[in-house]
Design a protein around this ligand. Structure first.
Ligand code: ZN
Length: 183
């Protein structure tokens, strides 16, 4: 099952302007995926698309990165029928911490995030899971907007669309004096 980009547009997920992304990079196109996760029917569609993409992989636990990844993991855990526990990983002082006291040792995890831009969060999540004794089955995203992320594990995305993003010092919108759009 594929989901057309137009359906994200209809939900008001895709916004244009001048945005600061979580990665610190700037962009003219921001995908507000919380709007997608807060729509129950659409969340179910995302879960079904994800189930197909991840069908070849074996895993017993999910790990959601940050708020977006946590919302996606929750959306997957319920209607998908995974009945899988999930860990929430949040960023503290530049590194990802794994919440929940249960040990990760021996678990095989699907790392879940909403969007990847630079791959920094994913790379650090994969490292944190391994350091905690978990094994990575793969990484799942709603949107891969990167120009390619170098990871030593498989990565799949429901939508793959390269969208320009810049470091703040090279952002043409900043150079043009365009104010930030309110998220
Ligand atoms: Zn800018």
């Amino acid at each position: 099952m594929t989901i057309a980009i137009s359906t994200f547009k209809k939900l008001g997920v895709i916004r244009t302007g001048h945005f600061r992304l979580h990665s610190g990079w700037h962009t003219a196109e921001f995908w507000d995926l919380e709007r997608a996760f807060s729509d129950y029917e659409f969340s179910k569609k995302l879960a079904h698309a994800a189930a197909e993409l991840c069908a070849p992989w074996e895993f017993d636990t999910l790990a959601g990165i940050g708020r977006g990844g946590g919302m996606f993991a929750a959306a997957l855990a319920a209607p998908y029928g995974f009945h899988l526990p999930f860990y929430l990983m949040t960023e503290v002082g530049g590194s990802l911490l794994i919440h929940r006291g249960r040990p990760m040792t021996g678990k095989r995890l699907l790392v879940v995030d909403d969007v990847v831009t630079t791959g920094a969060s994913l790379t650090s999540a994969v490292r944190a899971v391994r350091e905690a004794g978990g094994e990575i089955a793969g990484c799942l995203l709603v949107l891969d907007r990167s120009e390619g992320v170098a990871l030593d594990c498989p990565l799949v995305a429901i939508i793959k669309k390269t969208i320009l993003a810049w470091r703040p010092e090279t952002c043409p919108l900043c150079k043009g004096g365009q104010p930030f759009t309110v998220k």
